[in-house]
Write a protein that binds this ligand. Structure first.
Ligand code: NI
Length: 128
């Protein structure tokens, strides 16, 4: 590694509070392996977080219906009434990354859903 990159890396690990380079490198390698497994569509657990306006006509029913379509993958859901208009939901789901991405897309592409994202847990932590 050249000096400039190493200096940047040392600054990065200091900001993140790593005790040493080895621990930081281990995390980077784990993250990269997880990312590759996620891209291959392997078995994983993930959270899908989204915000929607529950006053949009039939939106609640549509979102409920999508979750039933993927019912075997949904482990748990959390619903928070953010304010008069907005609901926030978090779905914890388990399954192949490709199926979970499909479910997240179906939800976030529904009209009336304002923001949404999916976050994978460590892929190697879940049995197929
Ligand atoms: Ni609500």
């Amino acid at each position: 590694m050249d000096d400039q990159l190493l200096t940047q890396f040392d600054r990065h690990i200091a900001e993140r509070g790593y005790p040493n380079r080895s621990e930081a490198i281990r995390d980077l390698v784990r993250a990269e392996i997880g990312r590759a497994a996620w891209e291959r569509g392997e078995e994983t657990a993930a959270t899908i977080t989204f915000v929607y306006d529950h006053h949009v006509r039939e939106l609640t029913e549509r979102l409920n219906s999508i979750q039933h379509d993927y019912g075997q993958h949904v482990i748990s859901t959390l619903h928070v009434h953010l304010d008069h208009h907005h609901c926030l939901e978090v779905i914890v789901a388990k399954g192949s990354a490709s199926v979970l991405k499909q479910m997240a897309d179906a939800i976030t592409h529904t009209k009336g859903v304002l923001t949404g994202s999916i976050t994978a847990a460590a892929v190697d932590a879940v049995d197929g």
